[in-house]
Write a protein that binds this ligand. Structure first.
Ligand SMILES: NC(=O)c1ccc[n+]([C@@H]2O[C@H](COP(=O)([O-])OP(=O)(O)OC[C@H]3O[C@@H](n4cnc5c(N)ncnc54)[C@H](OP(=O)(O)O)[C@@H]3O)[C@@H](O)[C@H]2O)c1
Length: 191
């Protein structure tokens, strides 16, 4: 598994691409204007705002059948900054799996600020990417690509755990937005 397609060219898309290419992978990006672009490789990372996921499902959903599709979003209500917009008990990743039943959806990277993917550390601790999903092979392949790129990765359980990962991502975001922690910091994992 050496070729990834990343939707988006922003902060997270750039940071994740940096990790993957450091590990020897090839990365192709699809930007918001590239509506006709073809997905390459077996792993697709959606490094876009949560509302854009529905557009990508509509424009590229047929190409995502059989692929590993990685959801990195924190689906906040950015008007109130006080709640997630997914149904209670669910997650953006679970909703995506429902929309793409033939894809292998993973949740990953949403608990990592972009700066900590780029630096490889949270404070003095190595950055860890938590990966949740129902397909063990897909999780192992993503974890291998992440560790090849110099970060740690932990299998955080089934796709149901995306709910908890999104809660952690939500909390971390509110702490940084409230200037209680740095955008270069956040929660670290000691193995
Ligand atoms: N920043 C972080 O530290 C962080 C941490 C954890 C999770 N996240 C999550 O990561 C995601 C991306 O955040 P970000 O900070 O990287 O945002 P960003 O810098 O604003 O980048 C968003 C990217 O999405 C692209 N995009 C929007 N709609 C698209 C579409 N339909 N098809 C393809 N690309 C599209 C944008 O392209 P245009 O510029 O052309 O519109 C832009 O390249 C969000 O869901 C966020 O919740 C971010």
């Amino acid at each position: 598994m050496t070729t990834f397609t990343i939707f988006g060219t922003g902060n997270m898309a750039t940071a994740i691409a940096g990790v993957l290419t450091s590990g020897g992978a090839t990365v192709a990006h699809i930007g918001s204007a590239d509506t006709g672009a073809k997905v390459q490789g077996d792993v697709v990372i959606l490094a876009v705002p949560y509302p854009a996921i529905a557009d990508i499902v509509a424009s590229h959903g047929d190409q995502l059948a059989g692929k590993v599709v990685v959801d990195i979003t924190n689906p906040l209500n950015f008007e109130t900054f006080d709640e997630l917009v997914v149904p209670a008990g669910s997650s953006a990743a679970a909703e995506l799996q429902r929309a793409l039943p033939a894809a292998k959806v993973l949740k990953a990277f949403n608990t990592n600020f972009a700066a900590t993917l780029a630096s490889g550390t949270v404070g003095e601790t190595q950055t860890t990417v938590l990966v949740a999903g129902d397909d063990a092979e897909a999780k192992a392949a993503l974890a291998a690509a992440v560790t090849a790129g110099g970060l740690a990765a932990i299998d955080a359980g089934s796709l149901k755990r995306a709910h908890e990962l999104e809660a952690i991502g939500f909390l971390q975001l509110t702490l940084a937005a409230g200037e209680k922690i740095s955008w270069a910091g956040g929660f670290a994992v000691n193995n």
